[in-house]
Design a protein around this ligand. Structure first.
Ligand code: GLC
Length: 560
């Protein structure tokens, strides 16, 4: 395949960076981040090597779920700027070689959305059927609630109309009735609107809930026999309108169920899905210092087609969910990375960032990111990961990891010149606060985490086999080591990661190789590793060591 062809499928090898405009950079010093601030930081992101921004919700909101409770799908929150400022951000990003995708939150609206206000105003409202209502008292649904600290049921009684409405998340987020063709038309218009403003697709919130039709009357269900058909229609709509736009779905389900969300053999539903199972097993592997849970997860992970891709990540904006591990496994991860109940959330997750969980150990943190970037898939970073930000446990719930970006050691970490009481939430303090962890200081330090992440991104981008690869785990004798090979076209990369603090030698057998080949280290300048005529070689690893090794020959044209 020619390199030019791979750029048509840009998302297979993208580097995605998630940011919340509210907490990224405040340009007018009113205390709240804004589009202009984000635009001013695009050069920083381009220099880091990011190729796609994912903007968390920036729409008008009742702000009871940090913007995931939208009151107007066609607007921007005036605190962040205007629609014009949004367009300027997208335009400038494109100029710097970056695409933009935005959150699409259409499982539910805010209860202050005009549709819901109209819907609850009377049982005969034309908008009544935009939401899911029931007459009879709902059964016990305590086990189904997503936020068990706040909710006890997924149904809320509405005094005014004397019926219950469905809400999978908070009660202030009534679920839209996807079986209603009018609702589906409205959703498509929302997609069309933002695509027309120059974005390259959507991060689709809560996809399984969005397609679920439990609670809807049987008669209404006939209007919507196949939810996946609807997902297919959204994908083809995005394709028709943009040519290469994507749907990156949040589907936290076992791998076998995720497979159905990619669609048929051609991959005609979600373009990408976050690999929640791989992520959870990475933490289990890190906690145990044993690569096998991750190996098992990767080996069972369904292969992607040319039309689909896994999005790999270590941390996102929510709690670090461990819900797909067994109870005993989850307790192991809690014990290793968040033993204090104040660090845990909903009994299933941790509200910490990676560096604090790894006690700030630079070797281990780098190994974890090296591992993530070396796995087949498209890496996704959450803002601040590149400098090793921590969390603020004094901030409520999931918001502990959504503190303002730390740009410098100035007041408010250089995020805003406003009084600190006006910030969306307090900065991190202590060892991971802006005095010690910030962009300005790391930019000028070649040994910083920021420079290391930039190196990983450069190498990832130079190595399309990591995005496109046929992937296999290589046999070797150490439990605490993951050795894997990604091969695509005429390229092959071997990556070797040591999850334990003990150094070791890893013997490997590389099929089809002889002494005419050797392994070139892509991350550090060491001597090439030689291979014998039987394809055998030995790779040395420090404690928490990591190596990316490109298979080269003396006649190779590759840079490295
Ligand atoms: C998704 C988001 C989360 C939000 C929820 C409801 O899970 O990631 O932050 O609270 O959907 O929209």
């Amino acid at each position: 395949m020619r390199i030019s062809e791979t750029s048509d499928v840009w998302w297979k090898t993208a580097v995605i960076y998630c940011l919340d405009v509210e907490t990224f950079m405040d340009w007018n010093d009113d205390g709240v981040g804004d589009f202009q601030g984000a635009a001013e930081r695009l050069d920083y992101l381009a220099e880091l090597g990011v190729t796609c921004l994912w903007l968390m919700p920036f729409y008008p909101t009742a702000d009871r779920d940090d913007g995931y409770d939208i009151t107007d799908y066609y607007g921007v929150d005036p605190r962040f700027g205007t629609a014009g400022d949004f367009v300027e951000l997208v335009h400038t990003a494109r100029d710097r070689g970056m695409r933009v995708i935005v959150d699409l939150v259409v499982n539910h609206t805010s209860d202050r959305h005009p549709w819901f206000k109209a819907s609850r105003s009377s049982t005969t409202s034309p908008y009544r059927d935009f939401y899911v209502w029931r007459d009879d008292e709902p059964p016990d649904t305590t086990k189904e609630v997503v936020f068990p600290d706040q909710e006890t049921s997924i149904w809320e009684y509405d005094e005014k109309s004397a019926q219950w409405y469905l809400h999978r998340f908070y009660r202030c987020q009534p679920d839209l009735n996807i079986t209603n063709p009018q609702v589906r038309d409205e959703i498509v218009k929302v997609l069309g609107y933002w695509l027309e403003l120059g974005i390259s697709g959507f991060r689709v919130d809560a996809v399984p809930f969005m397609l679920q039709t439990d609670g809807v009357d049987a008669a209404e269900l006939e209007r919507f026999p196949d939810p996946h058909e609807y997902l297919r229609s959204l994908r083809s709509f995005v394709g028709r309108r943009t040519g290469d736009g994507i749907l990156l779905g949040e589907v936290n389900l076992p791998h076998k169920d995720q497979k159905t969300f990619f669609g048929g053999r051609d991959g005609d539903e979600l373009t990408m899905q976050f690999d929640f199972i791989g992520m959870q097993n990475t933490y289990l592997a890190l906690a145990r210092q044993d690569a096998r849970p991750l190996v098992r997860a990767l080996q069972k992970r369904p292969a992607t087609s040319r039309q689909s891709q896994w999005a790999t990540f270590l941390r996102n904006h929510d709690e670090l969910t461990l819900d797909k591990l067994s109870d005993a496994e989850r307790q192991e991860v809690f014990a290793a990375f968040g033993p204090d109940p104040a660090m845990q959330l909903y009994g299933r997750g941790l509200r910490r960032r990676l560096p604090t969980m790894l006690e700030g150990d630079p070797r281990r943190i780098r190994m974890a990111y090296s591992l993530m970037f070396s796995l087949p898939g498209t890496p996704v970073l959450f803002y601040g990961e590149e400098i090793g930000m921590g969390e603020n446990l004094d901030v409520e719930g999931r918001l502990a990891v959504r503190t303002p970006m730390q740009w410098s050691d100035q007041p408010n970490g250089g995020f805003s010149g406003a009084r600190s009481s006006r910030l969306p939430r307090p900065m991190v303090d202590g060892a991971f606060g802006p005095e010690h962890v910030n962009v300005a200081q790391q930019r000028t330090d070649p040994s910083s985490l920021l420079e290391f992440i930039a190196l990983l991104i450069r190498r990832y981008r130079e190595s399309p086999e990591l995005g496109w690869a046929d992937f296999k785990v290589l046999d070797q004798p150490h439990r605490h080591v993951l050795a894997h090979e990604s091969a695509w076209d005429d390229r092959r990369i071997v990556a070797v990661h040591n999850l334990s603090p003990e150094s070791c030698i890893v013997p490997l057998h590389l099929e089809g190789c002889d002494r005419s080949a050797h392994l070139i280290d892509l991350l550090q300048s060491t001597q090439d590793t030689s291979i014998d005529d039987a394809g055998r070689c030995e790779v040395a690893l420090d404690g928490y060591g990591y190596r990316w090794l490109r298979l080269g020959s003396h006649t190779s044209k590759r840079l490295a």
